[in-house]
Design a protein around this ligand. Sequence first.
Ligand code: E4P
Length: 218
Amino acid sequence: MKFFVDTANLSQIKEANDLGVLDGVTTNPSLMAKEGIKGRDNIMAHYKAICDLVDGDISAEVIATDFNGMISEGKELAKIDDKIVVKVPMIKDGVMALKWFSSNGIKTNCTLIFSAGQAILAAKAGATYMSPFIGRIDDMSWDGMELIGQIAHIYGTQGYETEILAASIRNPLHIVKAAEMGADVCTCPLSSILGLLYHPLTDIGLANFLADHEKVNR
Ligand code: E4P
C-alpha cells in the first residue's frame, strides 16, 4: 500500500518525506485555505513547491463544478508538473471530466466518494485514483472500512484498474485497517503516519538494551 500525506503544509510534507516512506501528497481546497494560500498564482506556486519536495503523485483539486471549467482548470494544473494528479469531485460533470482527462493522458483522483456505486462510476470513467472518505463515514456511525472492502471486492472481480485511495484518515488504526481491506493507497495526516511508530514495548525494550550495553561498556 502506498502512503500519501494529506496536507498542504510544506514542513509536514518535508517531515513525512524525510521518513523515506512517502509516495505522494493529497491536498484539497480546505487544506490549502488552512495554510493561507490564496489567489491563482500563489496556489499554482504552492503546488509547484510541493512537487519540488516530493517524488510522487500530487493531487491538486479543481474549484470549477462544470465540465468546461474543470477541463480548463485541470489542464492548467497538469501543466505545473508531471506529478500533478487533477482532483475532481464525484458529480455528473466530474464523471464527464474524468473521462476527458483519462482519454487525454492526464492523471485524476476522483474525490468525495461515499458509496460503491460512485466507486464503479469513477472506475468506468477511467480515474487513476478514487478517494472514499473513511473518517467522514465513521463520523456518521457507518463503517468506512466496510466500504473499502466492498470496493476492493468489486474492483477485483471486475478487473478495474483505478486505485483505491483511502482518505479522510483519522488515526493509525485506520491505516492498518485500510491495508487489511485492500486499499492501494492511504492518504493520512502526518500524525497518523507517526502514530504507527509507537509501541510501549519497543520503548521499554530499547531502554533495556541500552542499559545492558551501558553496564558493561562504561
Ligand atoms: C483526501 O483527499 C481528502 O482531502 C481528505 O482525506 C479529507 O479528510 P477530512 O475528512 O479529514 O477532511
